[in-house]
Design a protein around this ligand. Sequence first.
Ligand code: F6R
Ligand code: MN
Length: 204
Amino acid sequence: MIHTELLSFFDQNTGVIKGRPTVERRLSDLRSSFVDENAYETALNAGDPIIYTVASVEPATGPGQLHYGLGIIMPGKVGDEYYLTKGHLHAWREAAELYFGLSGQGFMLLEDEHSGQSIAIPLAPGSAVYVPAHAAHRTINTGTVPLSYLGVYPSEAGHDYGAIANRNFGSVVIEHEGKPVVVDRRQYLNDRTAASNTETAEKN
Ligand code: F6R
Ligand code: MN
């Protein structure tokens, strides 16, 4: 019953969990995640920085077992939109998850896969965010320093990235007048189109 996986050592500043694997996600891995495609291409032409890393611990797998991960998202934006994770639903849709904020400031965007209803919940040191079943979830760094957090989930949760890749989240978290605001994705795109049409009309 007792095995060697009962204790791990994590460093919330480096994102490393001693002896465990770390996955790196770069800007090029996040194609179609950001709302502003032109800003994305411009950013990618300038370089391909690491946007976030996730180190994970998988002590045992099976009914009742838990896995957990340490995530760190760098500060930054693509256009107006803050750096974010790809986001996913759990392959096993009933699987919930608990996120604990460790350092930095940000949000978790939760979106119910059936109703499409979404909510942005602050994630910061001292806060725990419960991700319910059937909720797509994405983490966003709205601060000026790295955002780190722990996510604890059933070992059988799995990741389904496909559903998000197809339709993306209905809301985006952008900087407006120096502050993070949550806006509807379509509304944001419509407003941008309207603004660029006005600009073109004024030039002609
Ligand atoms: C696991 C979980 C987290 C994320 C991590 C990276 O279920 O929610 O460990 O995997 O925050 O986000 P994604 O997986 O969306 O790239
Ligand atoms: Mn998850």
